[in-house]
Design a protein around this ligand. Structure first.
Ligand code: GLY
Ligand code: MN
Ligand code: MN
Length: 433
């Protein structure tokens, strides 16, 4: 991301914080996986959004209109010996030179310095409840100042949720964010095609997962979330991640896997027959899900509300389920009583961005939020047919989800996850390659 973009984001946020406020944001801590082994480090998206700074043990402080500098970073100091063991650090000089901080301080000095920075500010913009230990320190700093008000010191009197302001900024994607997300989706496209080409009966689910990891890492990307590779009935488990079963002839495989590229996620699902050819029953369900996705897409435009695409998908799915004999009754009544939930139990999408389930409110006041240009989201209807009474055997264990990524434009939407085979004909052709 261009450095100017970070400056712009901080400026926008500081405008909301105002000259009587101070914003504080802590980096994600390292997390232990098992003895002496840590999980791969991932900075919080909020921290990355505002600074691009991807080291742990850091705190970002924004103090609008502070004459001595508005953007401060507390971080680890350079330490040649530590860096030989654990990797490079930006250090204080790097925080200023590379990340544009007006000033940088050692993270170990935070308790001495931060209360002073809060002095004279009325409002602390900080999100409680994410890191208990850090919450306590923030409150302690404020209390230290409050204890000194009799000596004429001005202590903050209000805590304000930083998320509320920051996440509304993150909801609207800039041109360079959209370009980055498009690239993430392109990497996913290559991986999904590769999986279709290599799939055959007898492979293990994790062997297909490996194709994704290969393609992602070859592009310098990584999975935006744990890849789901579910053959047969596993395709009906929404968040199946064991990926350790054999892929059988005559079954479908559902793959929900997306690359994260430069901090931005893609989130793509394709479902295809393990042997390369859809059976008639699989095709019936697949084409119904596809039709529901098309109906949802038509509702993806400014002025419609967040729930419109979902309602359109539910309408098509319910009508189709009646036609296939999987639901009995009148579609309107079945929608009202949410009968479709037996086969379609999730929603048709979510915001997408630096987090796969990205930040941003879905409702404002009592109503659904209206779609506006720059909002990025997934469109992902599905049907999951578990064996049950009244469910024809030919449909048993068919799980289908089709998921694509879009960004709302001035007059509709832009499909980010382009070029990934999706119709029955396209998928069968790709698998025959
Ligand atoms: N991959 C998670 C989701 O589709 O929401
Ligand atoms: Mn999704
Ligand atoms: Mn997904």
């Amino acid at each position: 991301m261009n450095k100017k973009e970070f400056v712009k984001r901080r400026k926008q946020l500081m405008r909301m914080v105002g000259k009587e406020g101070i914003a504080i944001l802590a980096a994600s801590p390292m997390r232990q996986r098992n003895r002496d082994v840590e999980y791969p480090y991932r900075q919080t998206s909020d921290f990355l959004y505002l600074s691009g700074f991807s080291e742990p043990e850091a705190v970002l402080v924004l103090i609008p209109k502070r004459p001595a500098g508005e953007f401060l970073l507390f971080c680890r100091e350079s330490d040649p010996e530590q860096e030989i063991w654990h990797g490079r650090r930006a250090g204080l000089a790097g925080a200023v030179a590379e990340y544009g901080a007006d000033d940088a301080f050692p993270i170990s000095d935070m308790d001495e310095i931060l209360p002073g920075l809060m002095e004279g500010r009325k409002r602390v913009f900080y999100t409680m409840g994410q890191e208990e230990g850090f919450d306590r320190r923030v409150v302690e700093w404020v209390n230290q100042l409050r204890a000194k008000v009799r000596s004429g010191l001005q202590a903050p009197s209000e805590f304000i949720d930083l998320d509320y302001h920051l996440h509304d900024l993150r909801l609207f994607k800039s041109r360079s964010e959209v370009a980055t997300m498009r690239e993430a989706a392109r990497i996913s496209m290559r991986a999904h095609k590769r999986a279709m080409q290599v799939c055959r009966p007898g492979l293990m689910e994790y062997e297909l997962e490996a194709e994704f990891l290969h393609e992602f890492r070859c592009a310098g990307a990584e999975p935006a979330y744990s890849s789901i590779v579910g053959g047969g009935e596993n395709g009906c488990i929404l968040h199946y991640t064991e990926n350790n079963q054999k892929l059988n002839d005559g079954e479908l495989v559902l793959i929900d896997a997306g690359a994260e590229h430069e901090g931005y996620a893609s989130d793509v699902t394709r479902t295809f027959p393990v042997n390369g050819t859809f059976s008639p029953a699989q095709k019936e369900i697949y084409e119904l899900v596809l039709a529901s996705q098309e109906a949802a897409f038509l509702k993806c435009k400014p002025g419609n509300h967040w729930n419109d695409p979902h309602e359109a998908a539910v309408k098509v799915l319910t009508k189709g389920l009646v036609e296939l004999g999987l639901l009995k009754g009148k579609p309107a009544a079945l929608i009202k009583e949410a009968a479709y939930r037996q086969f379609y139990m999730h929603r048709t999408g979510h915001w997408l961005g630096m987090d796969v389930h990205d930040v941003g409110e879905y409702k404002v006041g009592d109503g659904w939020r209206l779609l506006e240009p720059g909002m990025a989201m997934t469109v992902e209807p599905g049907l999951y047919i578990m064996p049950a009474r009244g469910v024809a055997k030919r449909y048993h264990n068919i799980g289908v989800r089709i998921e694509d990524d879009i960004v709302i434009t001035r007059d509709g939407y832009d499909l980010l996850s382009r070029g990934i085979p999706k119709t029955v004909a396209e998928i069968e052709a790709e698998m025959a390659k």
